[in-house]
Design a protein around this ligand. Structure first.
Ligand SMILES: Nc1nc2c([nH]c(=O)n2[C@H]2C[C@H](O)[C@@H](COP(=O)(O)OP(=O)(O)OP(=O)(O)O)O2)c(=O)[nH]1
Length: 185
């Protein structure tokens, strides 16, 4: 069964009813988070120091651990990566990220996307992350995951969304995507 809600509006390329093509349904679910503090038109991102997406500019986030909700995980990851407390955290989206060329889709990532309207404390660099503030209207998308330029403007616009993004195995190019806006969580 798809983890996605059924949204009213659609945009992007068309796949099947849940955004998957035959054979793409994830066989394992790596559940993860992204949390984006947006304060006075500035977006708090991290320069990722290790793991998936190392070197990319990305929202703080990471795996959902056993026994915690996605929102708890999102807040914990901000705390661990930047040593600040995120406040006013709201769920904004859910994405399936699939990495495939000709290989079976067994390394999919299911990501819960949040925003925060404040932070308590001053972001600090850690082993995992170096904080960077960027003007929300002028983000350096060429330093970010290839799909971020598609969905992040909707997040910054205050929209909610679900989406499916099929990337190459290396994650450096996108085969296709489907995205739905105006989703209730
Ligand atoms: N912005 C953006 N983030 C992505 C994309 N794909 C993708 O996995 N991520 C994020 C979601 C997660 O925050 C992170 C990878 O998940 P992960 O659970 O391996 O995170 P991690 O390496 O930090 O692991 P950990 O902190 O839980 O140990 O990268 C993408 O296309 N765009």
């Amino acid at each position: 069964m798809s983890p996605y809600a059924q949204p009213p509006n659609k945009c992007g390329a068309v796949a099947d009813h849940n955004g998957y093509l035959p054979g793409e349904q994830p066989t394992g679910m790596n559940e993860s988070t992204l949390c984006h503090p947006i304060i006075d038109g500035e977006l708090l991102l991290i320069r990722k120091q290790r793991g998936l997406g190392e070197g990319n500019l990305v929202g703080p986030g990471g795996k959902v651990e056993d026994g915690e909700t996605a929102m708890e995980a999102a807040r914990r990851e901000v705390r661990e990566e930047l040593r600040v407390e995120a406040t006013g955290v709201e769920k904004r989206g859910e994405f399936g990220f699939h990495f495939r060329d000709d290989t079976p889709d067994d390394d999919s990532m299911y990501v819960h996307v949040f925003t925060a309207d404040g932070i308590e404390g001053t972001p600090q660099a850690t082993e995992e992350a170096v904080p960077e503030w960027h003007t929300a209207e002028d983000l350096p998308y060429d330093e970010m995951w290839v799909d971020d330029r598609i969905w992040m403007p909707h997040m910054l616009d205050g929209q909610t969304f679900t989406g499916t993004f099929v990337l190459t195995d290396e994650g450096d190019a996108m085969h296709r995507y489907e995205m739905d806006l105006g989703v209730d969580f």
